[in-house]
Ligand binder design. Structure first.
Ligand code: GLN
Length: 463
């Protein structure tokens, strides 16, 4: 009912699961019957979840926001979706996103804009704007996203939601349509830190179908969040404020910095110790990312070739006036019609950066910068338990404001990208409303790889 009432204005969903209510009724029946089956239900059984359209679902189209996959129904579920179903969660539908998760505003979707529930003239963030808007507009209590360079955390920040990018390898990417395989992670978007922990506990853990999946056991993130709700949980915790990503003159809106500092003061009042750390290479993170990402994306997107997936456009042969052409002509016509401008831009950038003669200068240099960023993290974590930055430099900007200026759009990823380049986990949670525009501000915490639990504890302590 809520979706019917508001999604006409918000447009968070691309597809609704018509079977959601009957699935929920079946779970209610199991619960009502009691006994062993009822006892085996997970704490989230019956709770509906909105799923970013980058995740494969066996019973719903999975387009990744692209025309080229319009109507494609995968032959299998992503591991995270399968795990949710097994735990009794109810898929509500698929949410809008920038095409192939490239963007920071959801305006690069082939299926129209999603609107920020706080102000319909503004962007909901991206690429996972649909999932964050659905949660923020009370259309879904839980959602799934994917984060390659901030696509969970930045939409969470600008919609007043909680978003977690787990440690690289912490959540299976099997069945997540790949953008940049060395950066991609799947994670939760929710209204509270505890909800995120509960969902992370369901979707996370080793998956032999993802070769980058970490085989070790994980602690309960819901327990880590509950710990954070207790008094004194952050006493003695060292929070490192990243000097390069927290000052005036670095592109931050004043109200964002104000709410960020107030949030840190709240944690200090609970006994946390605020220290300053320096990460000099973070300044080059956006430049390195926008070489590494297009390089990997150009390779991952080569499979959309008019043969293996999705649409096929057969060109008209100018000589005969009939449809026809070589394999290459059919492929080119399909990719021309099926991909949007941002995807084409990145495929061209990526293939250029990887081409013989340029590889060392561009891709090679970017990989070296990535190593420097990882070293900065290691140094910072030798003095601080978690790092803190604002989640995004500004609150939600206006729809249309940056759509014709790719560089301005990329700069919005200032604070989220370092975590992806290093594979470390990050959380964004609400830090209040910016005084100048009344829109949500997010604060981000990052922890060393595999220490996701710290994020849930500090996040719940602040919440
Ligand atoms: N804004 C980032 C980009 O455009 C977001 C990528 C992501 O996390 N999927 O690449």
């Amino acid at each position: 009912d809520r979706i019917a009432a508001v999604d006409g204005d918000i447009h968070a969903f691309l597809h609704l699961n018509v079977g959601a209510l009957s699935t929920a009724a079946q779970i209610d029946a199991v619960r009502a019957a009691g006994g062993d089956d009822a006892a085996a239900l997970s704490p989230l059984a019956g709770v509906p979840v909105a799923i970013k359209d980058v995740l494969c679902t066996i019973d719903m189209p999975s387009t990744a926001g692209s025309r080229i996959l319009e109507g494609w129904i995968p032959p299998y579920d992503a591991t995270v979706v399968a795990r949710m179903r097994a735990a009794g969660l109810v898929p509500l539908g698929k949410t809008n996103m920038d095409e192939f998760a490239m963007g920071s505003s959801t305006e690069h979707s082939a299926y129209g804009n999603t609107h920020n529930p706080w102000d319909l003239s503004r962007i909901p963030g991206g690429s996972g704007g649909g999932s964050a808007a659905a949660v923020s507009a009370f259309e879904a209590p839980l959602a799934l996203g994917s984060d390659t360079g901030g696509s969970i955390r930045q939409p969470a920040a600008v919609t007043g939601s909680v978003g977690v990018k787990p440690t690289y390898g912490g959540v299976s990417r099997y069945g997540a349509i790949a953008l940049a395989s060395s950066l991609d992670q799947v994670g939760p978007v929710t209204r509270t830190v505890l909800d995120a922990g509960l969902l992370h506990d369901v979707i996370g853990g080793h998956d032999p179908r993802d070769s980058t999946s970490i085989p070790d056991a994980w602690p309960s993130f819901a327990e880590a969040a509950r710990l954070g709700q207790r008094d004194g949980s952050v006493r003695g915790l060292k929070i490192g404020v990243v000097r390069e990503l927290s000052q005036e003159g670095q592109g931050f809106q004043p109200g964002v910095l104000q709410r960020f500092r107030e949030s840190l003061a709240l944690l200090e009042a609970q006994g946390a110790e605020i220290v300053e750390v320096s990460a000099p290479s973070f300044e080059y993170a956006i430049a390195a990312y926008y070489l590494i990402l297009p390089a990997e994306a150009s390779s991952n997107l080569a499979k959309f070739d008019s043969v293996r997936f999705g649409m096929r456009v057969t060109p008209i042969d100018p000589k005969t006036g009939l449809p026809g052409g070589t394999v290459e002509q059919v492929m080119a016509a399909t990719r021309e019609a099926g991909f949007g401008d941002e995807v084409k831009r990145r495929v061209i950038l990526g293939t250029y950066a990887l081409s013989a003669g340029y590889y060392d200068a561009y891709y090679g240099s970017a990989q070296k910068v990535r190593t420097l960023i990882q070293q900065d993290f290691a140094r910072a974590f030798s003095t601080a338990d978690v790092l803190a930055t604002p989640s995004a430099p500004t609150t939600a900007f206006k729809l249309g404001e940056k759509i014709d200026d790719p560089l301005a759009m990329y700069l919005n990823d200032l604070t989220t990208i370092p975590a992806n380049l290093a594979g470390v986990p990050g959380i964004s949670l609400p830090a209040g409303l910016a005084p100048e525009d009344g829109l949500p501000v997010g604060i981000q915490f990052m922890a060393p790889a595999r220490e996701d639990a710290r994020l849930y504890t500090v996040g719940a302590a602040l919440e």
